[in-house]
Structures are given as structure tokens and as C-alpha cells.
Design a protein around this ligand. Structure first.
Ligand code: BGP
Length: 468
């Protein structure tokens, strides 16, 4: 695309995304119980030494006021983080007073600084004791989540305007139950879909709790509830076969339409459920579930976008572990890659999602809830003053914002942009090696913050809404 200047709307909000487990630290303080990352997953991180992982986060709890001031000074007006279930509630499901106090203080800091906090309730961080009872495969855990959501709405309802039930609910079924990448490293497609189904119920029950709490006067009148997922239209090869298009339908159905239908229509896509059933994958549905899912409609949506999905017809019906395959990855010969992360860079994919939302879900308002580029060993890219020279970050974000601006011109109801993660934090993939920030966190220097070269550009765009 030829470089030209784009203007984002004046009321388009610009901010930062982060999560509780990736930033807070203080994993055993203030009555916090353990979650999955605390208990197991951090053990896989090399160079552990209590400096990385959820144990220390990025030292946000100690620095939160200064961090919010820093974000504000970069022209940002909103920040999304998550409440940690394992900090807010104890193992009996009661409010942990110190946890509640922590979040009241955080939200008060944000108000004082002039930052609007967006709050998400779940960022892959199930309390360990609930995971031991079966996690998302157990209906009691689904109900425990709804109970937790109800407590959070009632505790902070007068302080928070923008609420989200889940971040990327498709990722836990995939990473924990299909790909075997995250604890408990399972490879079982049917169990993954059962988890996905139960998370859909959990989302819907939480929305039900939200509406009830609103009616009871616990929430701000203009508050909103939403869901955040990673969305992208899947692309296939040129001149696709019928089987390639079928791979597109199922990839889109499981990853995108599943959630889009849930949050706009209060139902799940029947064609997807039928195809799963035809391969022997039955969801753990009960007669009362239709009414629960019907309550899953939201006020708006967050779209996390990092890379496109490229798929083709699967070479075999099942993989070597007997897992049914509906699609194989397709490597586009012209793909531009972020080699650090192994993700394709394709800014136009955001435009693709925007047009899909405009055409197929015309009432739906949404915003870009995460987008960013993670690079390893950025410390090798410092100039003589110790400032990381990250021109690639400017290039990445500018190109994505251009496609957002074009989508808005073409009628997309996109209301804002949150960059992941303006201040470096630890990554599920590889701890602190993979850095996303416009601001460096120096692990060798007490977690000190130091703006990278790109920070000046971010400030310019966030304050003017002019992308050039
Ligand atoms: C998203 C998650 C974030 C963040 C980001 C970057 O899927 O919502 O929590 O981690 O991806 O991914 P990674 O840290 O694996 O590089």
C-alpha cells in the first residue's frame, strides 16, 4: 500500500492492553491463591529465578501509579487489564478483602491519572483448586466462574464502565487440550470442543449476572459488557478446491463464527455442531443450555489481531495422535514473517475482519483489543544512549492502523485500538524474551522502564489520531 496519511475519528480511543497474571506479580501476597500459571506453567520457563513469570509479572503492582502516568504521557486514554480470579476470591468463593482493596486502589489510581480502565475477568488464569476439580470440563467450575463474575460486577460496578467476560476463549481449548502446548498438555480434540462449549456457557452465565447486577443498580448506567477473542477471516490458496473451502468453513466456524454468533444471536453455529457430530464429536449439551446461551449476547466486542489464519484441505482425516483434522496450515508463498515469533504479518487481515463484521453482523460495535509485534533480544538493538531502535514496531502498527482507518471509511464500526503491550511484560510463549513494548522493562536494572525509539511515534499518533 502506498504510504499516505489517514485520520482516525476524534472519538476513537487509543490505549494499552495487558493482563493481571502477566503484570501484577505478588503471586502469594494479599491472600492471593494460586492459579494455573503460578502452579505449573511457569516451571517451564527457563531463566526462571523468580524474575519472570506470574511470580513477578513486570512489577506492575509496585509501579502501577507511575506506569499509568507513563501511559498517559504517551497520549493513551484507556487501559485494559484483567482481575485475577485467584486474587479477588478465596478458595471458598468468598471475596478476599485484600484482593478487593488492591483493585479498588488500582482503579482509583487510574481515575486520578485520567485513564479509563477496561476490565476483563479471565485471561487464561483459572484458580488451581478449580482446575484440579476438572477445570472447564466440570459444570461446577462453569457455575463458580459465574459466581465470581457476579461478585466482581457488584464490587467494582460503580468504578468500571467497560467489562469483558473472557480474553481469547478459543485459546485455552487449543493450547491446553488440542496442541498440548500449555499445562496439562492434552491432545484431545473432543475434550477441547467440550471445554469451548462450557466456556461459552460460562460467558453467557456471566452476562446474565451482569444484566442482573445492572438491574439491581450495582453498575454504571452507561456500562457495557463484551467478549474479547482473536478473530481473523481464514484465507486459503488461490483457486481453492471444494475441500479447501470446507477447511475455511470449519476454521472460521470454530474460531470466529462460534463466538460471533454467540455474542450477537445467543446461539452457536449449527453447521459447525453438525459437522463435529458427523465426526463423532458430541458437545456436552443439556436441554436447559439453549436458554443460557441465549443470554450470551453482548453490547460490543474486542478483536485481538496478530496474524492471519491460512488453511487448506487436510492431507489426512486424523493426525498421528488420532485427532480429527478439519484443516492443515497453508504457507502463503508471499508471506511476510515476524521470524522472532513465527507469526505472519498481514495488516490487511484486520480489514478483512472489519468487512466480515460489517456485512454479516451489521449491528456489532467492536474495537481492536490487542495488536502488536513481539521481538526477541531487543537489547541487541540499542543505540549509544541505550535506547532500543525499534523502527519495525512503528512500521507494524502504522500499517495496521491504516487498514483500520480504511475499514472505518468503508463503514466498519471500529471504535478504538489497544496495543499489546505498551510496557513489556512476560509472554506465555517464552517469558521475557519476546518483547512487545513501546517501553522497555529492564530485568537487569530492577524492572526499570525506558521508552524505546518508537514511543515518540506512538505519542504523536495517539494524541493527534493522524497516522502517517
Ligand atoms: C495474546 C494474549 C496475550 C499476549 C499476546 C502475545 O494471545 O491475549 O496475553 O500474550 O497474545 O502472545 P505471546 O505472549 O504468546 O507472544
Amino acid at each position: 500500500m502506498a504510504q499516505q496519511t489517514y485520520k482516525l475519528p476524534d472519538d476513537f480511543f487509543f490505549g494499552a492492553a495487558m493482563s493481571g497474571p502477566q503484570t501484577e506479580g505478588h503471586w502469594r501476597d494479599g491472600g492471593k491463591i494460586e492459579n494455573l500459571w503460578d502452579t505449573w506453567s511457569n516451571l517451564r520457563i527457563e531463566d526462571f529465578h523468580n524474575r519472570v513469570g506470574s511470580y513477578a509479572g513486570n512489577d506492575f503492582t509496585n509501579r502501577r501509579h507511575d506506569d499509568l502516568v507513563l501511559l498517559k504521557s504517551l497520549g493513551l486514554t484507556s487501559v485494559r487489564t484483567s482481575i485475577q480470579w485467584s486474587r479477588l476470591l478465596d478458595a471458598d468463593g468468598n471475596i478476599n478483602p485484600e484482593g478487593e482493596k488492591y483493585y479498588h486502589e488500582l482503579f482509583a489510581d487510574a481515575r486520578e491519572v485520567g485513564i479509563e480502565m477496561f476490565v476483563n475477568l479471565y485471561h487464561f488464569d483459572m484458580p488451581t483448586y478449580l482446575f484440579k476439580r476438572g477445570g472447564w470440563e466440570n459444570r461446577e467450575v462453569v457455575e463458580a466462574y459465574a459466581h465470581y463474575a457476579g461478585k466482581a460486577f457488584r464490587a467494582f460496578g460503580k468504578e468500571i464502565r467497560y467489562w469483558f467476560t473472557f480474553n481469547e476463549p478459543i485459546v485455552e481449548p487449543d493450547q491446553r487440550y488440542t496442541n498440548g502446548v500449555w499445562y496439562p498438555f492434552i491432545r484431545n480434540y473432543a475434550r477441547a470442543r467440550a471445554v469451548q462449549y462450557n466456556i461459552s456457557l460460562a460467558h453467557s452465565l456471566a452476562v446474565r449476572e451482569y444484566r442482573a447486577a445492572k438491574q439491581e443498580g450495582y453498575l454504571l448506567d452507561d456500562s457495557r459488557i463484551g467478549l474479547i477473542n482473536c478473530f481473523t477471516p481464514p484465507y486459503t490458496r488461490e483457486n481453492p478446491s471444494a475441500a479447501d473451502l470446507e477447511a475455511v468453513r470449519m476454521t472460521d466456524g470454530v474460531c470466529n463464527r462460534w463466538w460471533l454468533d454467540l455474542v450477537t444471536k445467543g446461539e452457536l453455529p449449527q453447521d459447525v455442531i453438525d459437522t463435529l457430530a458427523s465426526r463423532g464429536i458430541e458437545l456436552p449439551a443439556r436441554p436447559e443450555d439453549k436458554l443460557i446461551l441465549a443470554d450470551g449476547k453482548v453490547d460490543w466486542l474486542g478483536c485481538n489481531y496478530y496474524h492471519p489464519e491460512r488453511v487448506q484441505a487436510p492431507a489426512q482425516d486424523t493426525d498421528e495422535n488420532g485427532i480429527p483434522r478439519f484443516a492443515d496450515p497453508y504457507v502463503w508463498p508471499e508471506a511476510e514473517m515476524n521470524k522472532s515469533r513465527g507469526w505472519e504479518i498481514y495488516p490487511k487481515g484486520l480489514y478483512g475482519f472489519a468487512m466480515k463484521a460489517r456485512d454479516e453482523y451489521p449491528e456489532l460495535e467492536w474495537f481492536v483489543s490487542e495488536n502488536g509485534i513481539g521481538i526477541e533480544r531487543e537489547d541487541l538493538k540499542k543505540d549509544e544512549n541505550g535506547v532500543i531502535q525499534d523502527d519495525y514496531r512503528v512500521d507494524f502498527v502504522r500499517r495496521h492502523l491504516e487498514w483500520i482507518a480504511r475499514a472505518i471509511q468503508d463503514g466498519a464500526k471500529c471504535r478504538g485500538y489497544h496495543y499489546w503491550a505498551v510496557i513489556d511484560n512476560w509472554s506465555w510463549a517464552n517469558a521475557f524474551k519476546n518483547r512487545y513494548g513501546f517501553v522497555e522493562v529492564d530485568l537487569e536494572d530492577g524492572y526499570n522502564r525506558r521508552p524505546k525509539k518508537s514511543a515518540a511515534w506512538l505519542k504523536q499518533v495517539a494524541t493527534t489520531h493522524v497516522v502517517d
